[in-house]
Design a protein around this ligand. Sequence first.
Ligand SMILES: Nc1ncnc2c1ncn2[C@@H]1O[C@H](COP(=O)(O)OP(=O)(O)OP(=O)(O)O)[C@@H](O)[C@H]1O
Ligand SMILES: [Mg+2]
Length: 412
Amino acid sequence: MNSVAALGETPTRPALSAIPLFSDIADELLRSVAEAGRAHAYTAGHVVFRRGDPGDCLYSVLSGELRAFTSLDDGSELDLQRLKPGDSFGELALLDGGPRSNTVEALTDCHVFSVSREAFLDALPQSPRLIAAVLSNLVAYVRTSSERLLRQELEQRAIRAEMEVERLRALTQMVSGVAHEINTPLGIVNTAASVVTQRIASDALTRDVVDPRARAALEDVREAVDLIQANIRRAHGLVGNFKRLSVSQIADVKEALSIADVVRDAVGLFAINARQAKLDIQVLDALDDGGQRWIGYRGFLTQVILNLLTNVERYGYPDGTGGRVEVVVAEAARDPEFTIVVRDFGCGMPPDAVSRVFEPFYTTGRSKGATGLGMSIVHNLVTSVLKGRIQLASEPGGGTAVTVAVPKAIPD
Ligand SMILES: Nc1ncnc2c1ncn2[C@@H]1O[C@H](COP(=O)(O)OP(=O)(O)OP(=O)(O)O)[C@@H](O)[C@H]1O
Ligand SMILES: [Mg+2]
């Protein structure tokens, strides 16, 4: 409940004429507005009106300070406007007759003049200056509040993107850390298995064991050790992949390069696979000759492109159907950046796959031996070492486009 003390007294005309909204209107009209309105006192913290309340009055601040704010979906509040003496507010709901679109509360003890909707709508047609003043007040309000809302939205998006990058970084660090830990015991098991293989193959054993049951047991041991060794090789391969997640495990040298050449060379490395998979890969270079200089890493960017092309082959155009692939190198519209887009026109991905594509181990190809690390490695390379950004857009049946943006000169 508002603890409003309606002073009930009309502010003097000079007090009203100090309010810009009313400063230009004729004396007579000013008098009737002053008579139709009343002054209120609010103590700090009290609410003048809430979002959703009926818009029944126009307000002008006579003294003190108030704030207009709106509550966001996450429960937080976004300040839209600070209201100081001379400022008017609440005209939006008056004009459209709708409910209040935000809440206004007193920040300090304050005095506010209010005039009812009827009196205000009566006064409006009598003074073109009042109409102009109301409109300019409205425009200023809409402009500042939409700027604030936009800034807030952009900040939240940046925070969400940052959190996602952090989450993926933590996950990949964990995986590569586990891989590192597993490596040593795996090596010991491997050595032990080799020793067993050597010993059971030794002449002493094969010659002296004549009992058929002992020979059969020995044969069983040999098969078991073969199985152990085959699986150690597989585990070793997986650990190698997991370690690739940690970019610190890969070395590359930063140098001055033509980015278009690096991209063309990477596509060239993929040529044999492309032929087999019937992929028609076109490199489109939108840069001028002089504008291709990139201070970057050939090896890392090559890995990124090869991973993306491998996915196009495997998932974009599965079953060797083949199709068109575009690799576009261009200059980003903003900032000194290059963008590389790898686009296919194949199967595409459903939204839940798009949101998980950069997670380590997310794969739809596990039955075909995929581990789901490719895009995670790509993400890591782009954000950590190439100091850039990556984005994937895809929809079922509509193909997939991966956009990588990297600085023209990668900072140290
Ligand atoms: N161009 C694409 N078209 C359709 N789906 C794709 C495309 N690229 C990736 N995907 C989907 O994203 C998943 C994750 O890709 P990612 O490269 O991380 O793993 P993977 O290719 O399955 O395994 P790995 O790269 O470790 O061999 C894939 O399993 C696939 O479902
Ligand atoms: Mg892959």
